[in-house]
Design a protein around this ligand. Structure first.
Ligand SMILES: N[C@@H](CCC(=O)N[C@@H](CS)C(=O)NCC(=O)O)C(=O)O
Length: 207
């Protein structure tokens, strides 16, 4: 049996929820409050969600969980291309997304969490321009195709929960990180393919 430890509004949990639904896998969900991680720590030895438990085997980190699901359930609909070269492209994209794309919003969150007088707003704006530039890159990646690498794949699963904030604006969302994703990803008339991709991805099921 698969058990998923999750919180509401978590980008990284949404990656796993998209992957599970694509594979048609049933999961038991354990919802934990955002600020209370005792149970998560007890199960996994660390505080972050998602955590997946598969008959006693514990897997942490969203895209590690997605890879684990692909290996564990190879006969369910694929999340990574079968062709080795295209599969490598997919893994490189995910690595880029996690290590490069995520850096500006993470650094902005750290900067904006400082006391008001100590924030380097020039740095924040510079990082914000990098985020906006990545939106242009996604627009070009989607030229002539519906998903980031052609067919729906783990690349879309990795990016969508973050890039979706370009069009998802919920004033009741309390997370500063999400507000940064909203404020610094502003699609314009040159981003129709990104906007359509967000809508297309949003129609996909989640576990
Ligand atoms: N690299 C991890 C990051 C997990 C992560 O940052 N999870 C967030 C929710 S989206 C969390 O649990 N944050 C709680 C905290 O920072 O205290 C992954 O991809 O799963």
């Amino acid at each position: 049996m698969l058990t998923l430890y999750r919180t509401e509004l978590s980008t990284n949990v949404e990656r796993v929820a998209l992957a599970l639904a694509h594979k048609g896998l049933k999961v038991e969900s354990v919802w934990v409050p955002f600020g209370e991680r005792t149970e998560v720590r007890k199960v996994s030895g660390q505080d972050l969600v998602p955590v997946m438990v598969d008959d006693g085997k514990v897997v942490i980190d969203s895209m590690e969980i997605v890879r684990y699901l692909e290996e564990r359930f190879p006969d369910a609909p694929r999340l990574y291309p079968k062709d080795p070269a295209r599969r490598a492209d997919c893994l490189v994209f995910i690595d880029w997304f996690n290590r490069v794309w995520k850096r500006p919003p993470n650094d902005m969150e750290a900067e904006l969490s400082k006391p008001a007088g100590e924030r380097d707003m020039k740095r924040v704006e510079r990082l914000g321009r990098a985020m906006q530039g990545y939106l242009d890159l996604f627009e070009e990646m989607l030229t002539g195709r519906d998903y980031l690498l052609g067919e729906f794949s783990a690349a879309d699963v990795a990016a969508f929960p973050f890039v979706k904030y370009a069009t998802h604006r919920d004033p009741a969302d309390p997370h500063l990180f999400h507000k940064i994703l909203v404020d610094y990803q502003n699609p314009g008339s040159g981003h129709t393919r990104v906007v359509d991709w967000i809508a297309r991805m949003d129609r996909r099921p989640r576990a």
